[in-house]
Design a protein. Structure first.
Length: 232
C-alpha cells in the first residue's frame, strides 16, 4: 500500500462529475489497484475513489505540476471513468507491505444469520437460490451471492442492525459487481439489504438506490418461533 499526504486537487469524470478544490489530503493506492482520497474528517468514507480494476499513470500537466490520472476499465465501446489528481505539494510518500489479511471476523449472531440465510435464501425473496457465501470482490466479500427466479444475480448484505453504513457498503459492492460481464449476462446485479432491524433512514436510502430491504426474524430462522404461542 502506498500512502501519500499531499496538497492536491481532484476531478472525477464518469457517470457524473465531481470536483475537490486544492487542499491537503491523504491519497491511498492499495495493492488491489484501488485509489482512495481521504480528508481529515468525514469518518471512514473517502471523499472520492476508484475501484479496481484500474490503472494509475503518473506524469506532469502543461504547467509542470505532478498529475495522476486514474482510469477505470470500461466495457468495449464505452468511455472509461477517470480520476485526475493534480498535486501541488507532497508532504509524505511511503509504501508498506501489509501482507495477507485474515478477513473480517463477524460476531456470532451475524455469522449465524448468514449461515441460516444461506440455507434458506428464499426467506429473503421468493425463488432466491444460493450461488456462494462470502463471494469475493476486490473490496471485500459479499455475504451471499444468489440468483433469483429470473436468473438475475442478487448480492445480499446481512447485518444485525441495518444502518446507512451498511447500505453504502452494499452500494459499493454492487458498483463493482455490475462491472463483471459474467454476472450481468441477464441484467444488472441487484441488491438485498437484510437485517433484524432496519433504521428508517437506511430504508429510505436503500429504496432511493434501488436496493430491496428484508427484515430477518432470527428466532423463526432458528426454528424457535412457535406460532401457537403468538397472541396475533
Amino acid at each position: 500500500m502506498r500512502l501519500v499526504v499531499a496538497r492536491c486537487q481532484v476531478d472525477y469524470a464518469g457517470r457524473l462529475t465531481a470536483h475537490l478544490p486544492m487542499a491537503t489530503r491523504v491519497l491511498m493506492i492499495k495493492a488491489d489497484g484501488s485509489v482512495l482520497v481521504h480528508s481529515d474528517g468525514g469518518s471512514y468514507k473517502p471523499l472520492n475513489w476508484m475501484s479496481p480494476p484500474c490503472t494509475v499513470r503518473e506524469g506532469v500537466d502543461d504547467d509542470g505540476r505532478v498529475e495522476w490520472v486514474v482510469t477505470a476499465r470500461a466495457p468495449k465501446g464505452q468511455t472509461p471513468d477517470t480520476l485526475r489528481i493534480l498535486i501541488d505539494e507532497i508532504h509524505h510518500d511511503s509504501a508498506h507491505d501489509l501482507g495477507i489479511d485474515p478477513g473480517l471476523q463477524k460476531d456470532g449472531v451475524e455469522k449465524h444469520l448468514q449461515e441460516m440465510l444461506a440455507e434458506h435464501p428464499a426467506t429473503l425473496s421468493p425463488g432466491l437460490t444460493l450461488v456462494r457465501r462470502e463471494f469475493p470482490t476486490a473490496i471485500g466479500p459479499v455475504d451471499l451471492m444468489c440468483r433469483d427466479a429470473e436468473g438475475l444475480s442478487v448480492a445480499v448484505e446481512i447485518k444485525r442492525r441495518g444502518e446507512i453504513d451498511g447500505v453504502l457498503q452494499l452500494e459499493r459492492y454492487l458498483d463493482l459487481l455490475n462491472r463483471d460481464p459474467l454476472l450481468t449476462t441477464r441484467g444488472p446485479v441487484r441488491g438485498i439489504f437484510a437485517a433484524q432491524e432496519i433504521k428508517p433512514q437506511a430504508r429510505v436510502l436503500a429504496t432511493d438506490k434501488g436496493i430491496a430491504c428484508a427484515l430477518v426474524d432470527y428466532d423463526a430462522l432458528r426454528g424457535l418461533d412457535d406460532p401457537t404461542e403468538r397472541l396475533f
